[in-house]
Ligand binder design. Structure first.
Ligand SMILES: [Zn+2]
Ligand SMILES: [Zn+2]
Length: 338
């Protein structure tokens, strides 16, 4: 079968690799579309064990379902995600599902950027959802990223009328914006790219701020004199962290959601955190629960519309083109088919 192998951040090759076989409790799907995630980009640039097949935001057609698989049948179009927590370990019991050993060991095989993908019984049970005929399979590629955002929102305490800042107006920033608006809260979107900010405004941002044009603190004071209740950093670097620590209100929360490439350790003013009783926490990845809720929001109930985040679908053989368009922020997400 065909697969896109990443040798390094500049070298991607379409190669023939062995098609996965399945046992009677597994399932094989044929790739329809796979999205490129920020976390794939980090792996492309940073992970050592290469060549590898990346990709985990995947929609496919079931071509073979083992005899014991009851939930799906051949011909079904499904969206699947990659990691599953055990639900029973020390981490899982504490709600740290994404720190679970099983979570980090489980994956779709061999990855999303290839012709056929094997799903284990755990994947079939926990992270795979059937798409109705009328749904747009490309939109379903946002089920996994939105599920990660839902998990972050679950871990932030907020009350009616709270003001959030969303730092970074990329695809993840827009998904957060939509969740914040759906919860009836206020959103201030911060980015250095004016076009992206205009888009954020169209997507419902109450305020947008471009720190390269206006003084961030002054603008935030105009919106909320006490400061921002909760900041979501989809871009984490020394500038966004320092800014957030300066504009967050006493008792406020900062959620570290996205980390850039090759980030050096960031100096943090712990005096400010102590005296301001600030909370900094991070969230990484999604759980079966947030995936199911994300599926409902995007696919079943259509309460979150991601259609404006779509762009041209590229063949996997043009992988680098999509990667570059995403890195240059010309598109929100790269979409591939075989
Ligand atoms: Zn992802
Ligand atoms: Zn566990």
């Amino acid at each position: 079968m065909k697969a896109l192998l990443c040798y390094n951040e500049k070298d991607f090759r379409m190669e023939e690799i062995e098609k996965p076989s399945i046992s009677d409790d597994e399932m094989l799907m044929e790739l329809l579309y796979c999205g490129l995630c920020g976390s794939d980009i980090v792996k492309i640039f940073e992970t050592k064990d290469k060549p590898s097949v990346y990709g985990h935001e995947v929609v496919g057609k079931v071509v073979e379902a083992g005899a014991k698989v009851k939930k799906f049948k051949a011909g079904d179009i499904v969206v699947a995600a990659h990691h599953i927590p055990c639900g029973e370990c020390h981490y899982c019991k504490h709600g740290n599902h994404t720190m679970c050993e099983m979570f980090n060991e489980t994956n779709i095989y061999p990855g999303g950027f290839c012709q056929y993908i094997r799903l284990s019984p755990e994947h079939i049970k926990n992270t795979t959802f059937k798409l109705p005929e009328e749904s747009n399979p490309l939109e379903a590629l946002f089920v996994e990223p939105l599920a990660c955002c839902i998990r972050a929102m679950d871990r932030i305490q907020y009350l009616e009328g709270d003001v959030f800042s969303v730092v970074g107006a990329g695809a993840i920033g827009i998904l957060f914006l939509k969740l914040i608006k759906l919860a009836g809260l206020k959103a201030v979107v911060i980015d250095l790219d004016q076009d992206r900010l205009e888009m954020a405004r169209e997507f419902g941002a109450d305020h947008v701020i471009n720190p390269s044009e206006d003084d961030l603190l002054t603008e935030i004071k105009k919106i909320t004199p006490i400061g921002i209740d909760s900041a979501v950093l989809t871009v984490t670097n020394k500038f966004t962290v320092t800014d957030a620590l300066s504009y967050i209100r006493p008792g406020g929360q900062i959620n570290i959601f996205g980390m850039g490439l090759n980030i050096e350790p960031i100096p943090v003013d712990f005096n400010r955190i102590y005296k301001g009783e600030l909370t900094i926490r991070s969230t990484y990845s999604a759980t079966p629960d947030t995936l199911a809720r994300s599926y409902d929001l995007i696919v079943k109930d259509r309460k979150i519309d991601v259609s404006a985040l779509l762009s041209e679908v590229l063949p996997l053989s043009e992988f680098k083109k999509g990667l570059d368009l995403m890195l240059d922020r010309k598109i929100y997400k790269a979409f591939y088919k075989l």
